[in-house]
Design a protein around this ligand. Structure first.
Ligand code: ATP
Length: 548
């Protein structure tokens, strides 16, 4: 036990983070090795609109809470319908959380706190205000002005903790729920560390200086748009890597002056292999949606990209709302002396999203259920997830034929133009409903999405968390409905646990279902389904497509 633990045993709490330089001095005298530290912070400066973790008010219990206790009404009452809500079982790391401070501010408003657990050596102090970044790290006033202009007034949790870590030149693994501002958490330090556009330095440049990888074209596009916000007023060369820009960058004089590239892995690897792109000057490498980028589909390409980022001091960071243990190990292996931060509760959606499970018996019953739902007043815009491209198209056709207005469809089988147009219509608020596939599940930030419907059961807990995370973003409330059939029943318990952890209610019978085995979990959502959502319909499809 270290001296600080001993000192704090009588109820006194020693703030290691605040006095970290003293802690370092003390530790040095004990040992020459740098010890890993775990620190937990409950931010108290956030305005209500950024308080994504209102549920954390008052802190999390250090005990595991049993069903009985929660039903008895300790924290949340049992639903009269027989549903159960409970607080999340806390894991070992989470237990280090609370500081025991009061639930309310002096003026009676709820305390604005959320929980961040940081792990690693020499963890920098979080920055509660963007202005602090200018004082502490000399961040350009222009960046500060751009933040203000785009209404980024206060850092979110992942930003307050993550930005100083990156500005101190450390590698980072950041896990923070969907819609909590991870994009700005990595873009701001990248811009700040690069200082100025290479073109403005009258420097011939020696190649791309920062690279952001994302799993889908749409997400890369969105990240590029976020870059443009920070770039306002300066001539940064920001490249969204696609067919056209790849061709422009074949000219070495042009690509030498590029500041930041945002890309999906596949296209980038093609350019590297062709010899039309070098990444040996990349100083900042970011993997957004890291667990997806490190899964079987992308891992080889990502490893190839990482291998050619040979700048001696390249800084790497991985970000996601979910990072399963196996993938986390892989990610950590890529990083050098990293700091890991977890905002909120790992692999848990925001409690701002009211989640529910709806029994629909079999596949054929889903469409009537959805049509009945859409016949009632609902809150547009609404995203509907299906498991495959043909099913997305088929459902879109069915909805059109049933007169559902302002309906759109987006999946990876569509042309680039069709996909771009669908995203634009959604952003302009012209689409009330978008039927889609997993391609829209990660990262996409359509601010107003009020509801998500999982028409087809998700293929994993992570997929569920990302899909429903398209709503309830940036402090707004949202709703998520998941249809399940008899065939989905064996996997229900895994999703039900996620609902429970984030405070939504679950019917008691679901909790009594057996826990699926690891092998079984891998089959989740992969039940055989027809290509069309209404196999009975043969006529009228062509008309529906035309109409759409
Ligand atoms: N400091 C801030 N103040 C106000 N709004 C912010 C702030 N940071 C980010 N936002 C807004 O929050 C929304 C969500 O941000 P972002 O898309 O970066 O979330 P994310 O954590 O990356 O989500 P996901 O896990 O789904 O990718 C965006 O609309 C963004 O503009």
């Amino acid at each position: 036990m270290d001296a600080f633990q001993l000192l704090s045993r009588g109820g006194v709490r020693f703030d290691k983070q605040r006095f970290q330089s003293d802690v370092r001095l003390f530790n040095k005298s004990n040992s020459t090795e740098t010890k890993a530290t775990v620190s937990v912070s409950l931010d108290s400066q956030l305005p209500p609109e950024l308080d994504f973790f209102k549920y954390a008010t008052g802190g999390q219990s250090k005990r595991k809470v049993t069903h009985d206790e929660s039903v008895a009404g300790a924290s949340r009452p049992a639903d009269p319908s027989g549903s159960i809500q409970k607080r999340r079982k806390v894991d070992a790391e989470d237990q280090l959380s609370d500081d025991g401070s009061s639930d309310e501010e002096a003026d009676g408003t709820p305390a604005r706190k959320h929980r961040v657990v940081s792990k690693g050596s020499d963890i920098p102090m979080p920055a509660d205000k963007f202005e602090e970044l200018t004082e502490r790290y000399g961040m350009a006033p222009r960046l500060l002005a751009n933040l203000r202009e785009h209404n980024y007034k206060h850092p979110t949790g992942v930003q307050a903790h993550g930005i100083p870590i990156l500005l101190e030149g450390r590698d980072l693994a950041a896990i923070s729920p969907t819609g909590t501002g991870k994009t700005l958490a990595y873009l701001l330090p990248v811009f700040s560390s690069l200082r100025a556009p290479i073109a403005s330095l009258n420097d011939a440049g020696s190649g791309v200086r920062a690279l952001v990888l994302a799993p889908t074209r749409e997400l890369a596009h969105q990240i590029h748009n976020e870059c443009l916000k920070l770039a306002t007023g300066r001539k940064w060369r920001l490249v969204l890597f696609n067919k056209a820009t790849a061709s422009t960058l074949r000219d070495k004089n042009v690509r030498d002056k590029v500041d930041i590239i945002i890309s999906t892995p596949l296209r980038l690897v093609a350019a590297i292999q062709e010899g039309s792109l070098e990444l040996n000057n990349v100083r900042h490498l970011i993997l957004d949606e890291a667990d997806r980028l490190l899964d079987n589909e992308f891992i080889a390409q990502v490893q190839e990209v990482v291998a050619v980022c040979t700048y001696p001091d390249v800084r790497k960071a991985v970000f996601s709302a979910t990072l399963p243990a196996g993938v986390e190990k892989l990610a950590m292996g890529m990083l050098r002396n990293p700091i890991r931060i977890v905002v909120g509760l790992k692999d848990t959606p925001l409690p701002l999203i009211a989640q529910s499970l709806t029994y629909v018996a079999d596949d054929a019953s889903k469409l009537p259920s959805l049509l009945t739902y859409l016949a009632q007043p609902y809150n547009p815009p609404l995203l509907i997830f299906t498991s495959t491209q043909p099913r997305a198209s088929s459902l879109a056709e069915e909805l059109t034929m049933n007169g559902v207005p302002n309906m759109d469809c987006l999946h990876a089988g569509m042309t680039k133009k069709e996909r771009d147009d669908a995203v634009s219509r959604m952003r302009r608020g012209e689409s009330w409903i978008m039927v889609t596939t997993e391609v829209m599940a990660r990262g996409m930030d359509f601010k107003g999405v009020r509801e998500v419907i999982n028409y087809d059961f998700p293929t994993s807990v992570q997929s569920y968390i990302h899909r429903i995370g398209r709503t309830g973003r940036a402090g707004r409330e949202g709703k998520a409905v998941t249809y399940f059939t008899d065939a989905d029943a064996p996997y229900l318990k895994s999703i039900a646990n996620v609902l429970l952890q984030s405070g939504s209610s679950v019917p008691e019978w679901i909790l009594k279902l057996p826990k699926p085995s690891r092998l079984k979990k891998k089959q989740m959502g992969r039940v055989k389904r027809a290509e069309t959502v209404n196999p009975a319909r043969k006529i009228g499809r062509r008309d529906a497509i035309k109409k759409r």
